[in-house]
Each structure stands twice: as structure tokens, then as C-alpha cells.
Ligand binder design. Sequence first.
Ligand code: PLP
Length: 417
Amino acid sequence: MIHTSLSPNTERDDLWTAFKLLFMPWNWFHWKTGGTIPNLERTFEERLGSKHAVSFQRGRDALFVLLQALGIGSGDEVILQAYTCIVVPNAIQYTGAKPVYTDIEEEGFNMDPKSLEKALSQKTKAVIVQHTFGEPTDMEAVQALCKKHHLILIEDGAHSLSASAGGQKVGSFGDAAIWSFGRDKIISGVWGGMLTTLSDELAEKVRNLQAQLPLPSASEVASALFHPLVFALIKPFYASKFGKAVLVLAQKLKLIPKVIFSAEKRGDKPVFMPQRMANAMARLIHRQLNKLQRFHQHRVRLSEFYGEQLKDIPEIQLPRTNEQSAWLRYTIRTTEAADLIRSAQRKGIYLGDWYRRVLAPEGCDLKHFAYLKGSCPRAEKAAEETVNLPTHIQMTEEKAKRVVDFIKEYFPPSHQS
Ligand SMILES: Cc1ncc(COP(=O)(O)O)c(C=O)c1O
């Protein structure tokens, strides 16, 4: 079976670590005495060349705390791009500030600098730039605008660990950056978030806030540790009704965590958020951080393969070639996206659906996130046409070839010019 998001980064040693941790609850939290969290933060600083890294249980927690530390609140506006996940505007709204959306570029999935200029107002305090699917945003233009208007620049690196722009690592262009180690990201700890900054003053504020946060509960950590194990068991049956039913049941029984909580889908803040990172997550993340380069090279290789193989299909728009992208997912566009995804599923190929909605995931009422339908037409059109091809480490070349063969079969040569 080929999948895009069934615990895609988990390898045997990660499974074993999660399994062992499950039976060592005394290792889940110890925060002050244990060196796991500071070790992870210091390693992350070194890897990114950032002066300060501060950890949280989720990337969205890192973003919310960062906005608080920056003093953003009621009466302020924060600009972000449409074609994102609801957790980003939520973090803004939790502070009392208003999310203001820009459209994306004509080609690509990142913020359009011209649209950014139009979205500016007297109330604008900060801009959040997202390097979607790992492709770096045009930082020169965005930086220039932020400088001119004295705005705080935040980079959302949730998709883009290991990406660069103009030879410079993403995450080092703005005043601060946030990162995610969620289950489908570049590396995973099931949950996990990080904030990086070069500013001593901002780091001190963030650390003070971090110190006041609660840790996740024991049941939250247990369910996170169950996640890779449950998926390892379910994956062989996932294509069957039985496999899907077991997955739904595991979620209902809270054996495995949901990615987005019900309150978040209504634009509300779950009472337990934000949280400090649990030790257990840091252990999983640290292990994965050591795999970053291998994962990255694999993603680059597969993306090159997809690009080469699919370049002659006129019905498909390929992503721009970019040697500095992190290639979290290889995202193509086609007007037949919905049917392509459904047809692939029938063949046991589960392609990705980020972002099939202008604010993902499906089933969220846009009005909860201050998004006006029709306001970002390019982002809305991209959402209709999006299909992600998997690039994670479980995708062997043989599996990637099966994806390519399926797409070629779906768009037969007789259709091609
Ligand atoms: C663009 C973007 N930013 C931030 C986040 C937040 O990451 P996390 O799931 O770790 O809270 C996500 C993922 O949900 C995301 O897709």
C-alpha cells in the first residue's frame, strides 16, 4: 500500500523507541532533572545555526506563545497567506488579534508579495510567512516590505526544515521562526514544536512563558506513543473497511491523538493548550533529527524522479524546480484532482490532500477564521487542484514508480499533445 500520511517518518528504531517509552512512564515528563529537552533545544540551535531554540508540545503552541511574547493582541492585525492550516489563524485569534489573508503567487503555493502589500494597514503588526511544502518563499520581497513598514517577520517553518533560500537556511530571515515535528512533517515526534530566534530579549520572554506552561497529561503522552504502534499494525489492512474501522475506533477511544481538535475547528482554543514539550516527544524527535539529512536527500531524489517522469503530461502543472526546497510533499496541480485522488485510492494509492481547502482541513466553517470566501481566488483555485505525491522515507523507488505509472495511466498519451 502507498500512503502519504500514515505515520510516514516512522522507521523500525522509532517504533522500538516508542514501544520502550510506553513502558517507562517515569521518562515521559521529567522536565527539570532530565537533559532530554535542553539537549534537543541545543542540538536544534546548532543544526539551524540559531542562537535560541525553545520547545513546545506543538508548532501551533510555539506560534501562539511567540505572538504573546511579541505583545500582539486585541486591535492588532497579523498577515498570513490563505492556503494554510486553521491552526495558524487560530494562534493569531487566540491572542485577540485579527488574521488578515494574502493570496498566493500565480505559480507556487507561497505568499504573493504584491498581495501582501495590499493587505497592509495601520493595524498590521506582524507577517507570518509559510514555506509551503518546503518551498522557500521569496524572502527578499517580503523582508523589504516588513522593513519598510516596521513589521515583525515570523517564518512558519512547519513544512520546511532543511530548506534554504539563496543559500541561507529558512528560519533565519525573520525575527523568529516556528517549526513542527507533527506526525506528517519533515521529521516527527508525533507531536512537537520549536521556536527559534536570534534575539536574546525575545528568547528570554519566550522562555519565561514556556516555564509557566503545563505539560501534557499522561493520557496525552500515552496516546502519542501509541500512534506509531497503532499505525504499524493497521497499515497492512488500511485499504480494507476493517483497517479504517479500527483506526476510527482507536481515535474514538482516544488511543491515538487527533491532529486537529474539535474546538480548533470552531476557532476556539482547547483549554489544555499551549503546553510544554513532553520528554517522551523530545526523545522521538532527537532520534529523527539525526535522520534529517538522509530523509532530505531521499525527498530530493524522489521529487526529481516525479518531475522527470511527469513533465510531459499537459493536464498536470508541476511544482517549480527548486534545488533548495525541502520537498515535504511533491505537490502537483490538475483540474481533475478530486477524481485523481479517488481513482488512486481504488488502486491502494493514498495520495495527499494538503491543502484541498483554502483553510484546511475539510469541514471547517471559514467564518470562524475571519476568512472571506472569494477574497483569495488563487489560493481557492489551488486548493481545488491540489494533489500531493508522497516523498517520505517509506516511499521506495518502486512505490514512486507505481505512483507515476498510475498517473500516466490516468492521463493516457492519447490526451497528450
Ligand atoms: C503551515 C503549518 N503551520 C503550523 C502548523 C502547526 O504544527 P503543529 O501540528 O505541530 O501544531 C502546521 C501543522 O499543522 C502547518 O501545516
